[in-house]
Design a protein around this ligand. Sequence first.
Ligand SMILES: [Zn+2]
Length: 331
Amino acid sequence: MKIAIGIDIGGTNTKTVLASEDGEALLSHTDPTPAVTEKGSDRIEDRLVANLNAILDTPAAKKVVESASEIAGIGIGIAGLIDRKNGRIIQSPNISAVNNVPLRGIFEKEFSLPVVLENDANAYAFGEKWIGAGKEFDNFIVLTLGTGLGGGLIYKGALYEGPVEVGHMTIVPSGRYCTCGSYGCLESYASGRAIVDRAVSSLEKGTDSMLAKCCEGNFYKITPEVVYETALEGDNLSREVFREVGQFLGIGIANLINILGLEAVIIGGGLIGGWDMFIDGLSREAHKRAFKLLSTDVKILKSTLTRDGGSIGAAGLLFHSIAGRSDETPS
Ligand SMILES: [Zn+2]
């Protein structure tokens, strides 16, 4: 049995799995992503390498590696624009320390293994096609609803190697400021950050809400999970915040359906627990706005991947790339 290492480097946490060829996580590890703001002796790439070495050194990892016939390689997913030719991150909005870092070559040299580097939401989308809710579809988009909003596209059965920055399509002219530098991006209305910003802004204006009493009155301690919990308890503001997330996601999805002619839209990410709070509004809005002919049969589905979806998808991409390389070898 071959295994692959899958790493999902997020703005907050880095998840690492040892995955089997069937997409099973044999070991999974979560660590904080190194917070490095300045380059110098304390480089983020060195800390990521040290982190993986430390994981591989644990008795649990050693046991998995010993039971495997070989480690096929390392798949890495990271938020940002990827230069696939050179295995480099061009720009990562939330982890700026990795900008221009040739992460693929660094990991190849350090671990003497093949490495693939891909955008995190693309890796997640690959995971959905490989072992998730997208198995039976050839044209679908995956939206990852977390701190931000990522997107990955499976087109004609394969991963589309483009930016697919669905979170940065403009939804509201002169709308809220976005971390990308523009205004009115979908991510500023439908993401974990958007949920918190929207709730805090209403509280600061004096809107009556259960949220005002939680977090000891410190609005900056409010998280999307807290908003979800108060929404479940019937809080009007919290419910309204989730209703808006659904509405804006629905508008974005209608645009995507009209442009791409999709069989399915799969939604995953850390905020998927709030599904019941936004799915009805989302679905209504998407079907109301998209061309009937294009939208009638589109399935809007919840991701079936576990919380390790991004890292497992990255491991899957590595297996896929190895298979592609051996196909090219003349026999
Ligand atoms: Zn943006």
